[in-house]
Ligand binder design. Structure first.
Ligand SMILES: *Cc1c(COP(=O)(O)O)cnc(C)c1O
Length: 219
């Protein structure tokens, strides 16, 4: 087993950046706090972590609105699927949404951006493994969705993927990187507890690490 916990994950991330010839801090570590008990989240906050990921809007509101009210200056990233009817709540809470995977959702976010005069950063999620049960646009549809998000004026940061479980993730990371390059996008949200070092080697700019920081969910 590789070492875990926030300190160990930071060290492993620095080492992965160095091994890939990338600058220290080139990759943003998103600590995925979904379903974790509050005590664990507070401990990671106390260790200085400021960027967190959640996969459900309501759960994230319940956890982070009180912590922000206490003064926690955190950056929050939505990494789970977003229903259009929750776009308003998501836009009010999150600094970035990694799961924009269809035009209707992009259009809803664009309307909210107009109304609010601000928008979370946007990543287009691509279902690189074409898994029927998984969110994300098809690889063939990614260029068109990227163009649509840009035309709507949303702050597009990059692409995101979740490779199929039990498969070598590297071909998926490479596919995503190629799509980002041909679309002139810098941001790559890819890599989780089991494969973030491989993702950094393939150009990830944002890794989403949960259990390796906090311990097993529900554990
Ligand atoms: C839960 C989750 C993660 C974190 O998974 P771990 O394996 O615990 O690191 C990353 N990305 C997404 C989209 C998730 O839902």
């Amino acid at each position: 087993m590789e070492p875990t916990g926030i300190g160990a994950i930071r060290a492993r991330l620095r080492a992965a950046e160095a091994a890939a010839g990338r600058a220290a801090g080139a990759v943003t570590l998103i600590a995925v706090s979904k379903v974790q008990p509050e005590a664990r989240v507070r401990a990671v906050l106390a260790a200085g972590q400021r960027v967190f990921g959640e996969n459900r809007v309501q759960e994230a509101q319940g956890r982070w609105e009180p912590l922000r009210a206490e003064g926690a200056a955190v950056e929050l990233h939505l990494i789970g699927p977003l229903q259009t009817n929750k776009a308003r709540a998501a836009a009010g809470l999150f600094d970035a949404i990694h799961t924009v995977d269809r035009e209707r959702l992009a259009e809803a976010l664009a309307r909210l951006a107009q109304e609010r005069g601000a928008s979370p950063g946007v990543f287009v999620q691509v279902n690189t493994g074409r898994e029927p049960q998984k969110a994300g646009c098809d690889p063939e549809g990614a260029d068109a969705l990227v163009a649509r998000v840009r035309a709507l004026g949303l702050p597009l940061r990059g692409l995101m993927c979740i490779p199929p479980e039990g498969e070598d993730p590297v071909p998926h990371f490479r596919l995503l990187r190629g799509m980002a390059e041909r679309n002139g996008l810098d941001g790559l949200s890819m890599g989780m507890s089991g494969d973030f070092e491989a993702a950094v080697a393939e150009g990830a700019t944002h890794v989403r690490v949960g259990s390796a920081i906090f311990g097993a969910r529900g554990g």
